[in-house]
Design a protein around this ligand. Structure first.
Ligand code: FMN
Length: 169
Protein backbone atom coordinates (compact mmCIF):
# COMPACT_ATOMS: atom_id res chain seq x y z
CA UNK A 1 0.00 0.00 0.00
CA UNK A 2 2.00 2.96 -1.29
CA UNK A 3 -0.10 5.62 0.39
CA UNK A 4 0.79 8.65 2.47
CA UNK A 5 -0.48 8.98 6.02
CA UNK A 6 -2.49 12.20 6.27
CA UNK A 7 -4.82 13.95 8.70
CA UNK A 8 -8.53 13.60 7.89
CA UNK A 9 -8.62 17.38 7.27
CA UNK A 10 -6.28 16.81 4.30
CA UNK A 11 -8.55 14.37 2.46
CA UNK A 12 -9.03 15.59 -1.10
CA UNK A 13 -12.03 14.94 -3.30
CA UNK A 14 -15.76 15.39 -3.07
CA UNK A 15 -17.58 13.07 -0.62
CA UNK A 16 -20.76 12.94 -2.75
CA UNK A 17 -18.72 11.80 -5.71
CA UNK A 18 -16.47 9.44 -3.73
CA UNK A 19 -19.21 7.74 -1.71
CA UNK A 20 -22.25 7.97 -3.95
CA UNK A 21 -20.66 7.55 -7.38
CA UNK A 22 -17.26 5.93 -6.92
CA UNK A 23 -18.43 3.70 -3.99
CA UNK A 24 -16.21 2.22 -1.29
CA UNK A 25 -15.44 -1.12 0.28
CA UNK A 26 -16.46 -1.46 3.90
CA UNK A 27 -14.25 -4.07 5.56
CA UNK A 28 -15.03 -5.17 9.09
CA UNK A 29 -12.79 -7.22 11.32
CA UNK A 30 -9.12 -8.07 11.61
CA UNK A 31 -6.56 -10.55 10.35
CA UNK A 32 -6.60 -12.38 13.70
CA UNK A 33 -10.36 -12.66 14.18
CA UNK A 34 -11.54 -12.78 10.57
CA UNK A 35 -13.02 -10.14 8.31
CA UNK A 36 -15.41 -9.53 5.44
CA UNK A 37 -15.90 -6.73 2.93
CA UNK A 38 -18.84 -5.36 0.99
CA UNK A 39 -19.47 -2.47 -1.39
CA UNK A 40 -21.28 0.59 -0.04
CA UNK A 41 -22.62 3.74 -1.67
CA UNK A 42 -24.29 5.21 1.39
CA UNK A 43 -22.30 6.88 4.13
CA UNK A 44 -21.07 10.15 5.57
CA UNK A 45 -17.84 11.80 6.67
CA UNK A 46 -17.75 14.51 9.29
CA UNK A 47 -17.22 15.38 12.90
CA UNK A 48 -18.94 13.94 15.95
CA UNK A 49 -18.05 14.30 19.62
CA UNK A 50 -15.17 16.50 18.37
CA UNK A 51 -13.64 13.56 16.51
CA UNK A 52 -13.26 12.96 12.77
CA UNK A 53 -15.90 10.34 12.12
CA UNK A 54 -17.67 8.24 9.51
CA UNK A 55 -21.18 6.88 9.43
CA UNK A 56 -22.10 3.83 7.38
CA UNK A 57 -25.23 1.74 7.05
CA UNK A 58 -25.33 -2.06 6.99
CA UNK A 59 -28.43 -4.18 6.56
CA UNK A 60 -28.91 -7.01 9.05
CA UNK A 61 -28.94 -9.55 6.23
CA UNK A 62 -25.32 -8.83 5.18
CA UNK A 63 -22.56 -11.26 6.12
CA UNK A 64 -20.54 -8.13 6.98
CA UNK A 65 -23.13 -7.30 9.65
CA UNK A 66 -21.86 -10.02 12.01
CA UNK A 67 -18.30 -8.74 11.68
CA UNK A 68 -19.43 -5.16 12.36
CA UNK A 69 -21.24 -6.35 15.47
CA UNK A 70 -18.49 -8.55 16.86
CA UNK A 71 -15.43 -6.45 16.12
CA UNK A 72 -14.37 -2.89 16.78
CA UNK A 73 -12.23 -2.05 13.77
CA UNK A 74 -13.50 -1.34 10.29
CA UNK A 75 -12.11 0.43 7.24
CA UNK A 76 -13.50 2.40 4.32
CA UNK A 77 -11.36 1.76 1.22
CA UNK A 78 -11.86 3.91 -1.88
CA UNK A 79 -10.36 2.03 -4.83
CA UNK A 80 -9.00 3.23 -8.15
CA UNK A 81 -11.34 3.65 -11.12
CA UNK A 82 -9.95 0.43 -12.64
CA UNK A 83 -11.58 -1.52 -9.77
CA UNK A 84 -15.20 -0.92 -10.75
CA UNK A 85 -15.75 -4.60 -11.62
CA UNK A 86 -14.29 -5.68 -8.27
CA UNK A 87 -16.64 -3.28 -6.45
CA UNK A 88 -19.62 -4.59 -8.41
CA UNK A 89 -18.61 -8.14 -7.53
CA UNK A 90 -18.27 -7.33 -3.81
CA UNK A 91 -21.65 -5.62 -3.91
CA UNK A 92 -23.46 -8.58 -5.46
CA UNK A 93 -21.83 -11.62 -3.84
CA UNK A 94 -21.79 -12.63 -0.20
CA UNK A 95 -18.72 -13.61 1.79
CA UNK A 96 -20.90 -16.45 3.10
CA UNK A 97 -20.59 -18.13 -0.29
CA UNK A 98 -17.15 -17.28 -1.63
CA UNK A 99 -13.77 -15.72 -0.94
CA UNK A 100 -14.92 -12.41 -2.32
CA UNK A 101 -11.63 -10.52 -2.26
CA UNK A 102 -9.77 -13.33 -4.03
CA UNK A 103 -12.49 -13.76 -6.67
CA UNK A 104 -12.62 -10.00 -7.23
CA UNK A 105 -8.83 -9.90 -7.68
CA UNK A 106 -8.26 -7.68 -4.63
CA UNK A 107 -5.20 -7.96 -2.40
CA UNK A 108 -5.91 -7.51 1.33
CA UNK A 109 -3.36 -5.79 3.54
CA UNK A 110 -3.38 -5.25 7.28
CA UNK A 111 -3.31 -1.70 8.58
CA UNK A 112 -3.66 -0.31 12.11
CA UNK A 113 -5.61 -3.34 13.30
CA UNK A 114 -7.95 -3.36 10.30
CA UNK A 115 -7.92 -4.67 6.73
CA UNK A 116 -7.70 -2.69 3.51
CA UNK A 117 -6.53 -3.47 -0.02
CA UNK A 118 -3.47 -2.79 -2.14
CA UNK A 119 -5.84 -1.30 -4.72
CA UNK A 120 -7.04 1.48 -2.35
CA UNK A 121 -6.33 5.14 -3.09
CA UNK A 122 -7.90 6.43 0.12
CA UNK A 123 -8.25 4.44 3.33
CA UNK A 124 -10.09 5.47 6.49
CA UNK A 125 -9.33 3.19 9.44
CA UNK A 126 -12.14 3.45 11.99
CA UNK A 127 -12.89 2.34 15.51
CA UNK A 128 -16.55 1.64 16.21
CA UNK A 129 -18.01 4.16 18.66
CA UNK A 130 -21.76 3.71 18.29
CA UNK A 131 -24.31 1.52 16.54
CA UNK A 132 -28.09 1.82 16.31
CA UNK A 133 -30.84 0.29 14.22
CA UNK A 134 -33.04 2.48 12.10
CA UNK A 135 -36.54 2.17 13.47
CA UNK A 136 -38.66 1.68 10.37
CA UNK A 137 -41.76 3.06 12.12
CA UNK A 138 -39.95 6.39 12.62
CA UNK A 139 -38.76 6.78 9.02
CA UNK A 140 -40.33 9.06 6.41
CA UNK A 141 -43.06 7.05 4.67
CA UNK A 142 -41.41 7.32 1.25
CA UNK A 143 -38.09 5.93 2.54
CA UNK A 144 -39.81 3.14 4.47
CA UNK A 145 -41.77 2.11 1.36
CA UNK A 146 -38.84 2.40 -1.04
CA UNK A 147 -36.16 0.70 1.05
CA UNK A 148 -37.66 -1.34 3.89
CA UNK A 149 -40.75 -3.13 2.58
CA UNK A 150 -39.03 -6.41 3.54
CA UNK A 151 -38.12 -5.16 7.05
CA UNK A 152 -34.39 -5.73 6.34
CA UNK A 153 -33.40 -2.63 8.24
CA UNK A 154 -30.07 -0.84 8.23
CA UNK A 155 -27.99 -0.54 11.35
CA UNK A 156 -25.97 2.64 11.39
CA UNK A 157 -22.41 2.56 12.63
CA UNK A 158 -20.41 5.58 13.69
CA UNK A 159 -16.65 5.13 13.73
CA UNK A 160 -13.87 7.45 14.81
CA UNK A 161 -11.25 7.82 12.07
CA UNK A 162 -8.07 6.64 13.84
CA UNK A 163 -5.83 6.62 10.76
CA UNK A 164 -6.11 7.95 7.23
CA UNK A 165 -4.04 7.22 4.12
CA UNK A 166 -4.27 8.71 0.65
CA UNK A 167 -2.40 8.26 -2.61
CA UNK A 168 -0.07 11.19 -3.26
CA UNK A 169 -1.45 13.45 -6.03
C1 FMN B 1 -23.19 0.16 -5.42
C2 FMN B 1 -23.63 -0.65 -4.23
C3 FMN B 1 -23.83 -0.02 -3.01
C4 FMN B 1 -24.24 -0.74 -1.88
N1 FMN B 1 -24.40 -0.07 -0.69
C5 FMN B 1 -24.78 -0.76 0.42
C6 FMN B 1 -24.89 -0.10 1.68
O1 FMN B 1 -24.59 1.09 1.85
N2 FMN B 1 -25.33 -0.84 2.74
C7 FMN B 1 -25.67 -2.17 2.63
O2 FMN B 1 -26.09 -2.80 3.61
N3 FMN B 1 -25.54 -2.82 1.42
C8 FMN B 1 -25.08 -2.16 0.34
N4 FMN B 1 -24.90 -2.82 -0.85
C9 FMN B 1 -25.17 -4.26 -0.95
C10 FMN B 1 -24.01 -5.14 -0.44
O3 FMN B 1 -22.76 -4.67 -0.90
C11 FMN B 1 -24.23 -6.58 -0.95
O4 FMN B 1 -25.47 -7.08 -0.47
C12 FMN B 1 -23.11 -7.52 -0.59
O5 FMN B 1 -23.22 -8.65 -1.42
C13 FMN B 1 -23.11 -7.92 0.86
O6 FMN B 1 -22.04 -8.82 1.07
P1 FMN B 1 -21.86 -9.71 2.37
O7 FMN B 1 -23.09 -10.61 2.49
O8 FMN B 1 -20.61 -10.48 2.13
O9 FMN B 1 -21.77 -8.76 3.54
C14 FMN B 1 -24.48 -2.13 -1.98
C15 FMN B 1 -24.28 -2.77 -3.22
C16 FMN B 1 -23.85 -2.05 -4.33
C17 FMN B 1 -23.61 -2.75 -5.64
Amino acid sequence: MALQKINPEQISGNPFEAIGKQWFLLTAGSAESGWNCMTCSWGALGVLWNKPSVTCYVRHSRHTFGFMEQQDMFTLSFLGSDCRKALSFCGSHSGRDCDKAAEAGLHPVETDGGITFDEAELVLVCKKRYAADMNIADLPADAAAAFYADNDTHRLYIGEIVACYQKAE
